[in-house]
Every structure is written in structure tokens, then in C-alpha cells.
Ligand binder design. Structure first.
Ligand code: ZN
Length: 86
């Protein structure tokens, strides 16, 4: 599977799901996958490189551990975590 195919899948998931908090989905480059705090993070979704077709399942497993947040909500979320309110 080519890198561009993986990016297309990731972009599709971002735009169809949108930000978990505010629903923003206009620009997938402003949406990030954020690992939920109770999950076992193996890699960053953005760093994923697919060397075999079967590897795509590893990507989906990892995406299952994430919520999608826009940049604004991500900043607020991280700040909340640091203050211990989340
Ligand atoms: Zn948002």
C-alpha cells in the first residue's frame, strides 16, 4: 500500500468523523488523532508507514484508541490534562 493511499484513508476518517468536541471537519490538516489516556499507544497515527498490505490493520487498531480533535480543542484538552481537570 502506498503512502498516499494511507494518507487518503486517514483524511477520509478525519473528515467523516470530525472533531469529537466541536464537530469541525472542514480541513483535515487541522484535525489530529489524540490517544485516549487509558490506551496503550504504540505509534503516532501521523508517523504510520505501511510496508505491507496487512499492516493497515495495525493502523486501524491504533485509530480505535484515538479521538479526533481539531487544533483548538486539542490545545484546550491538553491544557485541561495538565491542570488535572480531565
Ligand atoms: Zn474542535
Amino acid at each position: 500500500m502506498r503512502k498516499t493511499d494511507v494518507q487518503a484513508i486517514v483524511t477520509y476518517i478525519k473528515t467523516t468523523s470530525g472533531c469529537t468536541i466541536c464537530g469541525y471537519n472542514s480541513d483535515p490538516t487541522k484535525l489530529d488523532f489524540h490517544h485516549r489516556e487509558d490506551t496503550d499507544r504504540k505509534f503516532c497515527i501521523g508517523d504510520f508507514r505501511c510496508s505491507q498490505v496487512g499492516d493497515i490493520n495495525k493502523l486501524f487498531d491504533e485509530i480505535d484508541k484515538c479521538i479526533i480533535l481539531c487544533r483548538v480543542c486539542h490545545n484546550i484538552w491538553e491544557a485541561g490534562l495538565r491542570r488535572g481537570v480531565l
